[in-house]
Design a protein around this ligand. Structure first.
Ligand code: ZN
Ligand code: ZN
Length: 310
């Protein structure tokens, strides 16, 4: 399989000279199996360019088939979808998968994104055939030859992690999530920071431990883990209630899971290329010091990784 990064940024797009090397587009990763099954994870602004390439590459009009897994519907993970050109071509197929909500159907969540006054083209005008599939927290299913497993993440209003296995290899996408220690996120806004390191009620600790266990299991033996490492240790101390991790959190999960490679992902919008370089160097120093056999890279737009059979 091939894994290609189209957007690696968190929160909002940040074009400009300081983000030129890693890229300024928000979350979007494409996974393509050797037989041609195309799964895209998240529809941040990176998906716009992918859409253009698909429209050119797939020759015949109406030949584009995409399975889109959504981690959660915060802006930075869906804001590119209205600009995904295959949506507006008859004969194309888009299947959207995301966690089931109690209040709104998935279709309504996506349709509201393009309602007046936010966008000129209503979702109902999309010409592609669009199907929605709502997922439970630990869903397992197949998309053609790709096996997909899910786990719940610790993020405000909850996010879903995905493991994709095909061609004798596995990639896991873990974004967005806080570590599983200082705060338990659910379907609510938490306005105030908890005290980092303070003891939580037993019920919360048990839930967090179970959630973490689910993530470690999802990453077990993975060839590549893509992980939300938006925060530096300082950021985390200040904003533990924003729902993001540090590289050390991702490295510890990879160590426990025996994962081979870690891609730092969902870079903070204010982070310059030089700062991402420094974060990567620190993360590599940490794995060397602690003898964690995981190869760390920092995801950038255009990074293309081949795993297992191609
Ligand atoms: Zn995000
Ligand atoms: Zn988020």
């Amino acid at each position: 399989m091939r894994v290609r990064f189209w957007g690696v940024r968190g929160s909002l797009p940040v074009p400009g000279m300081k983000t030129e090397r890693y890229g300024g587009n928000t979350s979007c990763v494409e996974v393509r199996s050797a037989s041609g099954t195309r799964v895209v994870i998240d529809a941040g602004t990176g998906i716009r360019k992918l859409g253009k390439e698909l429209m050119q590459a797939d020759g015949e009009p109406g030949g584009v088939k995409v399975h889109l897994l959504i981690s959660h519907t915060h802006w930075d993970h869906i804001q590119g979808l209205p600009f995904f050109s295959p949506l507006y071509q008859q004969g194309n197929h888009l299947s959207v998968y995301a966690r089931k909500r109690d209040d709104l159907h998935l279709r309504a969540v996506f349709a509201s994104q393009t309602d007046d006054p936010y966008f000129p083209i209503p979702f109902s005008e999309a010409k592609a055939a669009i199907a929605f599939r709502e997922l439970m927290d630990s869903a397992e299913f197949e998309i053609n030859d790709v096996r997909v497993s899910c786990a719940r993440l610790n993020h405000p209003y909850i996010a879903t992690a995905y493991r994709l296995s095909v061609d004798g290899a596995s990639v896991v996408y873990v974004s967005d999530t806080a570590p599983f220690t200082d705060i338990l996120f659910d379907d609510q806004f938490i306005a105030r920071a908890p005290t980092v390191g303070a003891q939580l009620p037993k019920e919360d600790r048990d839930k967090l431990a179970a959630m973490r266990e689910g993530v470690v299991r999802l990453c077990e033996g993975a060839d590549l883990v893509i992980y939300d490492t938006m925060f530096t240790p300082d950021d985390y101390r200040q904003l533990p209630h924003y729902g993001h991790s540090r590289p050390s959190d991702a490295i510890e999960i990879c160590r426990q899971a025996g994962a081979r490679r870690l891609a730092l992902f969902h870079h903070a919008p204010e982070r310059s290329d030089a700062e991402v370089d420094a974060i990567l160097a620190d993360a590599r120093a940490l794995t060397a010091r602690e003898k964690v056999p995981v190869d760390v890279v920092a995801a950038y737009e255009g990074l293309d990784i081949s795993l297992g059979r191609e």
